[in-house]
Design a protein around this ligand. Sequence first.
Ligand SMILES: Cc1ncc(COP(=O)(O)O)c(C=O)c1O
Length: 362
Amino acid sequence: MWPSTGNYARGGIAISRVLGCRGVAVLPEGMSRERFDWLDSWVVGPEDIVRTPGSESNVKEIYDECNRLAADPGCVVLNQFCEFGNYLAHRSVTGPALERVFDVHREHAPRARLAAFVAASGSSGTLAAGDHLAARRGARVVGVEALECPTMLYNGFGEHNIQGIGDKHIPLIHNVMAMDAVTAVSDRATDELSAVYASDEGRELLRSRGVDDETIAALDSFGLSSICNVIASIKTAKHFGLGPDDIVLTVATDGAQLYGSERARIIEERFGGRIDRAVADESLRRHVENIDTDDYLALDDVDRRRIFNLGYFTWVEQQGIPLDVFQARRSPSFWDDLVPLVDHWDEMIRAVNDETEVEPGP
Ligand SMILES: Cc1ncc(COP(=O)(O)O)c(C=O)c1O
């Protein structure tokens, strides 16, 4: 069973199918229609898509449903929010991959330094890449959330539409004490820009402002949470007063193709049914050219402890995680000591591959 608000359930269902076992997606009913269509085409039967109440911010409802379903001993819940494999995969795969991107860039720009790694937190797995980049290249680690549900920044709550970065909780696998800053991005910005970027008028306007065709075509790889990451990266550059030698790395966590129905709704609700040049111009000015540094917090130790402690209510009180396990996560050594597990798991994978005579990938 794969609890998720974004793409984890899709990956999980695909893996289940490849392994020849049943996979169940557990996700809020308010996620995009395309996400459900995709799942429909992959699951064995419609009962394998479990819709929980609410939308992006309703993560607790997913946990509750998983706990209920897990009473059946035939179910295995692989919960991305508390499986340390999620942390480790990003720290030991995404992190080195991003480091390589930076190193290749530096071949042409020898003065470049890695100023920050920015990622919105859903399960916070992606943020674990930041722990690698901080250790290896001295990057600041910046966590991002929706302004409409600013859990880390303001201990806040609320509904938002940046699909994949569900909130109102601090994931167990989030190494909060290693974060350097937190910021929030409004779903108004991500909604509007996603519609403008996909429209002919928006693309024409970008072209007229000197954006090249390759960059415009690349916007297809930017769904709501990806646009959020880019906005947060620009906020980071402004907040820290970064210059041309400072590199901010982020991730395009999702493409635009899953949000056609969302864009149609946004155009109806926000733009009165159509995007013209004036509307596109106004959106680009407001959400890109005039990005401000509001809702940005460079964390000190008190802030980090405040965010860390917030996790207590989810994990110890609601989900029954032992207090000593919860507390151990304050220490950097807890996270560093997980890393050797990767080699151990690789050995186990090799053993299974040998046993089943599956050819390992490249
Ligand atoms: C579309 C999308 N964006 C962002 C995220 C956030 O990534 P993470 O869970 O690694 O924090 C997810 C996670 O599932 C996602 O599906």
